[in-house]
Design a protein around this ligand. Sequence first.
Ligand code: NAG
Ligand code: NAG
Ligand code: NAG
Ligand code: NAG
Ligand code: NAG
Ligand code: NAG
Length: 424
Amino acid sequence: MFFISIFLQLSLSAALASWSVSYKPRSICVFERSSVDFTCSFDYPSFQTLKTTKWFKPNKHQKQDGTQQGIFVHHSEAAEIDQLYKNRTVFANQDKNCSLQLYNVSKSDIGKYFFRLETNYYRGKYTGPGGIYLNVAVLPFRVTVTTQKVYGHIHEGDSVTLRCSTENCTPEQGPFAWFKNHLLLPQATENELQISSVSHNDFGNYSCGLKNSSMTSADELLLDVRYSPKNVEITILTSGKIEQGNSLTLICKSNANPAVTNYTWFKIRDGNISSIGFDCEFSIKAASQKDDGQYFCTAKNDMGSQNSTIIALKVEVPDRHFLLTATALLFFVIVVLLVLFGLNIRRKQITPKKQPTEQTPAVTVTEEIYENLRKSPESEESHTNLIYADLNLPSLTSDSLFYRSHSNSQEDDAVVYSLLSNKE
Ligand SMILES: *[C@@H]1O[C@H](CO)[C@@H](O)[C@H](O)[C@H]1NC(C)=O
Ligand SMILES: *[C@@H]1O[C@H](CO)[C@@H](O)[C@H](O)[C@H]1NC(C)=O
Ligand SMILES: *[C@@H]1O[C@H](CO)[C@@H](O)[C@H](O)[C@H]1NC(C)=O
Ligand SMILES: *[C@@H]1O[C@H](CO)[C@@H](O)[C@H](O)[C@H]1NC(C)=O
Ligand SMILES: *[C@@H]1O[C@H](CO)[C@@H](O)[C@H](O)[C@H]1NC(C)=O
Ligand SMILES: *[C@@H]1O[C@H](CO)[C@@H](O)[C@H](O)[C@H]1NC(C)=O
């Protein structure tokens, strides 16, 4: 009696303990079009014989606790397998190993999966409780940002977390790749990118994906860090030199988010600071020495303001006195050159007449003519003229004589020769 009771207790506990199914993992997320492994092991009373194994997935409208079987993903009788899963599964089919591989996962595979075994005993039927929840990550990746702030903008110093995610869920499999303005951030390989104190340098477009994969996010996230104006500086635009009469434009440049709303221009002269403009640009149409001085600008947005460094403006005045002197000198030189040039021409025009006068009278000129020549106080050219004058046209003045002898030199010479030969 005692032994029988011991035996019953043992066999009962053995029989009860032997029904089991264990799943691993209990919940899983995979990318669409990839494959997934359901790791599974089971047990049943050793005195029973295993008849049927199946993986089923309850339909959406059914209970998800394993009490309603839905469609068969795997079945030891292949005909039972649902069309959606035919040829997409591999069942381990080993002793007490119920692992299942599912290929080419898609969004419609999302749901709970249960393993169920049946033996030759009437009550020998068991469904592993809990099942495995399969979620499918639908591409593309998206970047989302979370901050400790519930509302409002991200400011410098805030702690932010960028998350690389896909629709429904994000598989843990990495490594991930992060890009800022399309440049890889080599240090970031997790699906989260944490920035404990964000700065204006972190402003930019972020995208992510898997390393060594073409799967990257389609859309970029703009990390819109708000900051007061930085690097406020003045640049000068000018048509030429910073010189009297030229136009000048001073431009106040800065880096700010949101954009600068308010500019103020200041001028320091003789220790006085005065505001002179409220635009991004300060223009001077015609610069003069009045505009000399130091300038700076202030750029302001909702976050704050910053001053530019001070620039010194010195308007150059061209040296008028020097210019006038130079012009006058040049004019003088030109005049002198013209005069000299003119004299030279005159000399050339006159010289050819020397030859006939010098050669012909040398032999034939009479005492009278020599006398006449000696009396004259004028130059050699004048002598010739005088010779003609004496011989041909005594009534004319020397000026008109010059002109005449110049224009009619051949004729005059002929007259001279005839007269001279007559005297001889
Ligand atoms: C499954 O594969 C078999 C042979 O590999 C093929 O004959 C059958 O058409 C396939 N079924 C489906 C639903 O793809
Ligand atoms: C169960 O089968 C799968 C697939 O065949 C195999 O990878 C796994 O190692 C097996 N598990 C055990 C405990 O044998
Ligand atoms: C994977 O499944 C999709 C439908 O979900 C199908 O269009 C595609 O051809 C399948 N790919 C392979 C390799 O079977
Ligand atoms: C971010 O992307 C938007 C839209 O493509 C673009 O307009 C903007 O200039 C980008 N910003 C930076 C900092 O690259
Ligand atoms: C500049 O800021 C002042 C307040 O600081 C405001 O009253 C003024 O309207 C602003 N000017 C412009 C052009 O936004
Ligand atoms: C500075 O400005 C004040 C007030 O505008 C004026 O009275 C004073 O003459 C200025 N001083 C100089 C050196 O320009």
